[in-house]
Every structure is written in C-alpha cells, then in structure tokens.
Design a protein around this ligand. Sequence first.
Ligand code: G6P
Length: 588
Amino acid sequence: MASSALICDKEQWKDLKAHVDDIKKTHLRELMSDSERCKSMMAYDTLFNFEFDGILLDYSRQCATLETMNKLFKLAEAACLKEKINKMFNGERINSTENRSVLHVALRAPRDAVINSNGKNVVPDVWNVLDKIRDFSERVRSGSWVGATGKALTNVIAIGIGGSFLDPEAIECARGRQLRFLANVDPIDVARNIAGLNPETTLVVVVSKTFTTAETMLNARTLREWISSALGPEAVSKHMVAVSTNLTLVEKFGIDPKNAFAFWDWVGGRYSALLEYFLYLSNTGSWLLRSTVLLGLLSVWNVSFLGYPARAILPYSQALEKLAPHIQQARVPYLCCFVSMESNGKGVSIDGVALPYEAGEIDFGEPGTNGQHSFYQLIHQGRVIPCDFIGIVKSQQPVYLKGEVVSNHDELMSNFFAQPDALAYGKTPQQLQSENVSQHLIPHKTFSGNRPSLSLLLPSLSAYNVGQLSEVPRGLLRLYRKCISRISMTGYPTHADVGSGLGAYSLLAFYEHRIAVEGFIWGINSFDQWGVELGKSLASQVRKQLHASRKKGEPVEGFNFSTTTMLNRYLQDSSDVPPDPSTLLPHM
Ligand SMILES: O=P(O)(O)OC[C@H]1O[C@H](O)[C@H](O)[C@@H](O)[C@@H]1O
C-alpha cells in the first residue's frame, strides 16, 4: 500500500475542500436547530451507536453536516483506513522508519488473545511481565520484600519522562504513603521528590524504554547516590527496580534484571504509559475503536479543512485531570496531548514526501472549571479552538451543602453543559441590544459563536463504566488493580481509584486510537519521533562545552554569537558551582 500519492491528491480530499465553503456559510445556531441532525450526531447510525450502556458521545456541535460526515467517511476509504488499522493490529511493521510493529494494544490484550509480531504471539510475553509485576507488588505490599535495613518500602519514586512519566495514582489507597513522579532533570525536581522521604523506606522505579534517556538516567544516578550514600551501594538491589526494554543497560546500572520489568520495541515510549494496566480493544467493532474513527475524522476536518490547528481537552472531573495538561505544572505531562503532538506533529508523509497541508494538532487543556478562569476568554472571543468536554454523571465525591441551590457536582456540571452551547451559539449584537447593553460595550460583549466542540458524558468513573470505553473483559479489572498497586505500593485501590485510574487511561486509549486514525488519514508515521533528536544532539554539544569550560577553562567556541554570549554569561555567573562531583542536594 505504500505509495507516495498524498491524500490531498485524492478526489475525496478535493471534494471536502470544495465543501468547506458550504459549511462556512452555515452557523452552528442553524445546525443546532435541526434536531434530526443533532439526534443523528449523537447516535449516528446502528454502526456508530453512541449511547453505549450509559456512555453518551455528542458531536452535534461540530461544524459539520451529515453530508460532511459522509464525505469524511469517503476520505477514510480513500486513505485505506480500515486496512491500515488491520495492519497495525496484525503486527505489521507500520512504523516503517524504525522498522517496527506498533502493538501497544497487545499490552491490553486478555491472556488468551493472539497478537503476532514477527510471526510470534506476543501476548504470553506480555502476561509474563504482568504476572511478574503482580508478584513483585504483592511481595512489596505484604512486606516479604523489604529494604536494606529490613524496613517495609512504603514510598515510591517513579523516575521517567515523556511516555515513561506518570501513571494512574491510586490516591485513595495511598493514604499516609508517598507516591511521587520524577521527570525533569532540574535538581529542584529531585529535591521535591525526596523531600521528607527516607531512603530506608523508599523504592525507586526507573521507567525508561531505552534506559538511555539523559534526564531519566541522570535522575536515576542521583537517586542511586542518595540510596548508596545512606545505605551502602549494595542497597541498590533492594531499593531500585526498572521498567525497560534494555535489560543489558539495566544490569550495567546496577539493578538486578530479575527486578526489571521488560517491555518491547513494538511499544512506543509515549504509548507505554498504558503498561500499568491493559484494557482490551477488540480488533473489530469495539464501541471505543469505532467512535475514535469518527472523532479522528472530525479532527482532520477541523485541522486540514476548517483551519483550526488546536484542540482543547477539558475534563470536567478532577479525577481525569491527567487527561488535560496542567500546563502551569511542568511536572504533569499531558497524557493525551503528549501522545497527540509527539505522534502527529509531522511535516512529511510516511513515504518522506513534504506535506503540502498541516498535520497534527496543538493540544492543551485543563480540568473544568479551572480553564474558565484562564484561557476560556480566548476560546470564546479569540481564536477558534475545537474543544473536547468530558463529563461524569455521578461524582466520586458527592457534596451537597445545606441551603445551596445545587450540589457541588451539579455546580461543576452546570458549566459542562453550558460551555459547549456558549461556544456554539455565542451572543449577537441584537441580543445585547435587547438586553440594553451600552452601545459602546456591544462590540466587546459580542460572541461570534460557531465554535465547534464535542461532549463525552460517562455515567461514572467506576471501573465498570470506564471499562466500557474499551470493552474491557471484567476479569482484567482485577489484574488491573494488582498492576496499579505496583505503583502505589499501598494495597488494593478502591473502585474509585481504579475508575479514575482507568478513566484517565481508558480515555487515553480513546485518544490513542483517535490519534492513530488521524495519522492514517494524513498519511504520516504517528509512531516515530525523529523531531526530538535534534534538540538532544545540540544539548550534548552544549554539555561538552560546559564540561570543557568548567574543568579546563576552555573558551566557548563553535556556537553563534547569541548562544556564545548567553553561555559566557551563564558560565561567569555560575562559576561558583561546586566542582566536587560528590556534592549532593543540600538535604540529601
Ligand atoms: O522511555 P524512554 O526510553 O526513557 O523515553 C522517554 C521518552 O523519550 C522521548 O521523548 C520519546 O520521544 C518519548 O516517546 C519517550 O516516552
């Protein structure tokens, strides 16, 4: 199927381009007045049944008509979408620039599934690792695995960056214990993570697919020093374990490979976040998979045809906060956004042909209602940014104060229901005049509306409901609990924890597949990431220069004027950096 013909050369693409003018002439106020259209865009047809056992997906506020949807389905056919999805699930090496299969879905397969890579069913290997994770977590929790001084390990620091950073936090059952995530190579992040912890009762999990990522490995060496200097070098074997494909480097680092949990090169780093649990997406017809096809097509429509390059992900549930990037909290990456922008932020096709159209989205977000006090001004009256609103019917923390008009959750959800309509309908000058708004304020208080969004309403974040998102066999939820407790080391999480953990990750699976669909349509490779290499290689040049300047007093050479000036200033003002390599963080 590899062909250098770009999707934009196809008639179906040109037909959609011509269709844009029709859509630009309509306004969502008009489209939303057609209840038949809206009804069909909440349960489009028997194939796309969007009311799935209580989960409701409403995409009627997309700037699209049924004609648009039909044209998008034709575009999917022209892009050979179904064949590409099948190739992925069949283990073919669709990541052609790295010559790898793309089988992160195998991490979520039930024990008896068959998913082949290189002619070998990989599912038994996955389950061997999952069983090993379960056994290890049970030994740590039961106290049969203790630290170097015989104390139970009650605190965990997981070191990893990108897709190797963060996992669902079973917050409820982490009562009185510490589960922390260390990603940034900034020593401040190390200091924050070890603050208040004792090496004697701390387990460090080094999560790195390659075991070569500079930030992760320096942080791992720093915590290895923290442990060794307190308990002796032999303590590393009791206080450090690893999750990696590179068991050779794991052993070289000083971690016993028996205490390492392997994974495979057919799991992309950013897709490995799901290693902590697995939800099975059937190869055919799962509700989730089908609906992600539709939403992937709508993303392509918004980006490549309507010219809306960004997407805001807005979960109206704090339990799903990890779905939305806390852009002001550097430590919390953006799961869906990270996967989306690293996967589809490409400029060439899978055949290496420069793209004459934009691919990829600028994703950002924030849990509702926080975002309403920051960037919603821009999405209402500034740029048009399609939004994904994700809401939950039943709160995990119901609160209803005496005398209040509604419960706290109803207050939250009042915004979940209001914002999509505010974006779609806006407010016209005529409406403002009828409200006797001062004439000079009318331009400032006018809302153009016609801003697309979609709404996903989950019944609750119970493990059952969230599992529906990916039709997870019930039995897997039990093993999920054991896997998540590997991270929390704090015993079995409650349903709420499992739900919220699954919530974040099932919806991640939802976005994972939507992102793959987008990449299949754009004809790009969503599974490599050469773009992150250049910055890393330039950083290694700077690292060499800093070493030469500090250790041998060599002048800064080989950089442009601006960088040379900045480097000289940095070196001059930080000349007091202690030269002693054994210097550790102040309170280490
Ligand atoms: O897991 P590691 O090998 O340490 O890689 C960590 C991260 O590194 C890079 O940023 C990759 O682009 C990510 O996909 C990956 O998750």
